[in-house]
Design a protein around this ligand. Structure first.
Ligand SMILES: [Zn+2]
Length: 125
Protein backbone atom coordinates (compact mmCIF):
# COMPACT_ATOMS: atom_id res chain seq x y z
CA UNK A 1 0.00 0.00 0.00
CA UNK A 2 1.33 3.41 -1.00
CA UNK A 3 1.75 6.07 1.63
CA UNK A 4 -0.69 8.93 1.48
CA UNK A 5 0.50 11.85 -0.60
CA UNK A 6 1.57 14.88 1.37
CA UNK A 7 -0.90 17.70 1.14
CA UNK A 8 0.34 20.86 -0.52
CA UNK A 9 -2.63 23.06 0.17
CA UNK A 10 -1.75 26.64 0.98
CA UNK A 11 -2.46 27.86 4.48
CA UNK A 12 -4.11 31.22 3.99
CA UNK A 13 -4.44 31.97 7.69
CA UNK A 14 -0.68 31.99 8.21
CA UNK A 15 -0.21 34.02 5.02
CA UNK A 16 -2.52 36.72 6.29
CA UNK A 17 -0.74 36.78 9.63
CA UNK A 18 2.62 37.28 7.93
CA UNK A 19 1.21 40.10 5.80
CA UNK A 20 -0.12 41.77 8.90
CA UNK A 21 3.24 41.46 10.59
CA UNK A 22 4.96 43.02 7.59
CA UNK A 23 2.59 45.98 7.74
CA UNK A 24 3.28 46.43 11.43
CA UNK A 25 7.02 46.47 10.85
CA UNK A 26 6.71 48.90 7.96
CA UNK A 27 4.55 51.40 9.83
CA UNK A 28 5.15 51.64 13.56
CA UNK A 29 2.82 53.92 15.53
CA UNK A 30 4.44 57.28 15.04
CA UNK A 31 3.01 59.13 17.98
CA UNK A 32 4.33 56.56 20.44
CA UNK A 33 7.86 56.29 19.10
CA UNK A 34 8.62 59.89 18.19
CA UNK A 35 9.38 58.64 14.69
CA UNK A 36 7.31 61.27 12.92
CA UNK A 37 9.45 63.20 10.45
CA UNK A 38 8.53 66.63 11.79
CA UNK A 39 7.41 68.53 14.87
CA UNK A 40 4.88 71.34 15.05
CA UNK A 41 5.69 73.98 17.67
CA UNK A 42 3.19 76.48 19.02
CA UNK A 43 4.78 79.53 20.64
CA UNK A 44 3.24 82.70 22.07
CA UNK A 45 5.17 85.95 21.68
CA UNK A 46 6.04 87.32 25.11
CA UNK A 47 5.61 90.92 23.98
CA UNK A 48 2.40 91.09 21.97
CA UNK A 49 0.86 87.68 22.62
CA UNK A 50 0.80 86.62 18.98
CA UNK A 51 0.61 82.89 18.38
CA UNK A 52 3.51 81.69 16.24
CA UNK A 53 3.57 78.23 14.70
CA UNK A 54 6.72 76.61 13.36
CA UNK A 55 7.39 73.29 11.69
CA UNK A 56 10.63 71.53 12.60
CA UNK A 57 12.16 69.00 10.23
CA UNK A 58 13.69 66.37 12.49
CA UNK A 59 16.04 65.11 9.78
CA UNK A 60 17.62 68.51 9.08
CA UNK A 61 17.01 70.90 11.97
CA UNK A 62 18.29 68.88 14.92
CA UNK A 63 21.87 68.94 16.15
CA UNK A 64 23.40 65.73 17.47
CA UNK A 65 24.61 65.64 21.06
CA UNK A 66 27.51 63.35 21.84
CA UNK A 67 28.78 62.24 25.22
CA UNK A 68 31.83 64.22 26.37
CA UNK A 69 33.84 61.08 27.04
CA UNK A 70 33.49 59.55 23.57
CA UNK A 71 36.45 61.16 21.82
CA UNK A 72 38.64 58.09 21.48
CA UNK A 73 38.59 55.08 19.23
CA UNK A 74 34.92 54.21 18.88
CA UNK A 75 32.47 56.19 16.80
CA UNK A 76 30.23 57.83 19.37
CA UNK A 77 26.50 57.24 19.46
CA UNK A 78 24.47 60.42 19.86
CA UNK A 79 22.94 60.67 23.33
CA UNK A 80 20.28 63.03 22.09
CA UNK A 81 19.47 65.95 19.84
CA UNK A 82 19.01 69.67 20.29
CA UNK A 83 17.04 72.20 18.32
CA UNK A 84 17.86 75.92 18.39
CA UNK A 85 15.19 78.10 16.86
CA UNK A 86 14.62 81.84 16.69
CA UNK A 87 11.08 82.91 15.96
CA UNK A 88 9.63 86.32 15.12
CA UNK A 89 5.93 86.99 14.74
CA UNK A 90 4.29 89.38 12.32
CA UNK A 91 2.96 91.86 14.86
CA UNK A 92 6.21 92.94 16.50
CA UNK A 93 9.97 92.54 16.31
CA UNK A 94 10.34 90.56 19.53
CA UNK A 95 12.72 87.65 19.01
CA UNK A 96 11.81 84.36 20.71
CA UNK A 97 14.78 82.10 21.44
CA UNK A 98 13.73 78.48 21.75
CA UNK A 99 15.83 75.43 22.56
CA UNK A 100 14.22 71.99 22.54
CA UNK A 101 16.03 68.88 23.76
CA UNK A 102 15.29 65.47 22.25
CA UNK A 103 16.03 61.96 23.37
CA UNK A 104 18.21 59.68 21.25
CA UNK A 105 14.96 58.50 19.65
CA UNK A 106 14.21 62.09 18.56
CA UNK A 107 11.40 62.50 20.99
CA UNK A 108 11.06 65.98 22.50
CA UNK A 109 11.77 65.86 26.22
CA UNK A 110 12.28 69.39 27.58
CA UNK A 111 12.80 72.95 26.41
CA UNK A 112 14.13 76.38 27.30
CA UNK A 113 12.60 79.56 25.92
CA UNK A 114 13.27 83.30 26.14
CA UNK A 115 10.99 86.05 24.88
CA UNK A 116 7.87 83.94 24.77
CA UNK A 117 5.99 80.90 25.96
CA UNK A 118 5.96 77.45 24.41
CA UNK A 119 2.32 76.40 24.35
CA UNK A 120 2.87 72.92 22.97
CA UNK A 121 4.44 70.65 20.42
CA UNK A 122 3.14 67.69 18.47
CA UNK A 123 4.41 65.26 15.90
CA UNK A 124 3.40 65.99 12.35
CA UNK A 125 4.22 64.99 8.79
ZN1 LIG B 1 5.18 89.81 19.20
Amino acid sequence: MRPQSVQHKPTPAVGRWVDGLRQMLAAPPRSATGAAPALRLRVQCGQCGELISARIDKANDLLCEYPDSARDDEAPHPTGYTLHKELVGRQCQNLVHLTVHFSDHRRATRHEIEGGVLLGWEDCQ
